[in-house]
Design a protein around this ligand. Sequence first.
Ligand code: SAM
Length: 262
Amino acid sequence: MSDQMLKVPRSLRRGGRLEESERSVRDTLKIIALVCRNLGIDNLAESRILDMGCGYRMAKSIIEQDILIKKYVGLDVFRDMIEFLREEVNDPRFNFHSLDIHNEMYNPQGKPLAELGALPISKESFDIIWLFSVFTHLAPHDYSEMLKLLRPYVRPGGRLVFSLFVNEVTPSGLGFISSVNKKFEEQAKENTKIFMDKFSETYNHEYATAPPFVDFDPTQPLKWAIYSREHALELVQGTGWEVESLNDPEDAIQHYMICRPV
Ligand SMILES: C[S@@+](CC[C@H](N)C(=O)[O-])C[C@H]1O[C@@H](n2cnc3c(N)ncnc32)[C@H](O)[C@@H]1O
């Protein structure tokens, strides 16, 4: 473990877990292991990573746990957090940039994703582009636009990995639908009824009949952006990527998709 610690002020910890818990570190380590396992590599020592919607969690874990990595670029719409990371992380392998992209939940005043044009990074310079808990908050029009936006930055032979909410029950019992179900069985909260009404409206064991997209709680737009399997796959078409796999949730991650450049 490194002696460099990244103490992120509470005000900059929105969106992720509020407490800087061991669980958060454990989860990031599991996600990194999952990426390596899926891409058939031992570690990230030779990987140049683009982390879109980076938050602070991955950078913090990579730095504090001395994870081998060749290069890491984090992009996010949360400007103050990116400024903080730029100031605090003095390691030439790391770079951070803020983007003014619209997101109803995170950056409602930003520019539409489709109008962004280019990113402040070099083309074809990343072995892995990943987004964790970002598509879980993207509307369908931004889903495809995000994929198109990222495509020029992957190296030939590189991969894209992202997590998302898929509207289906999985054999392991993990995933959005199961966790919501469990949560509301366990908690008799005041707002349970809203969720349960919405839940029964949208949920169907046969995922093929699930609606293409559900913004699960419209009172908190895009807090839970849920896709049918079919729609999640079809939105990749025409973006310059092809789907390698859409995988069931695991302990530290929702469903996740792996794509390669066409
Ligand atoms: C739930 S947090 C996940 C953070 C990080 N990826 C992680 O796994 O800890 C979602 C992050 O995505 C960022 N975000 C949301 N929409 C975005 C967009 N269109 N472009 C870039 N970042 C975005 C938010 O500011 C936030 O930091």
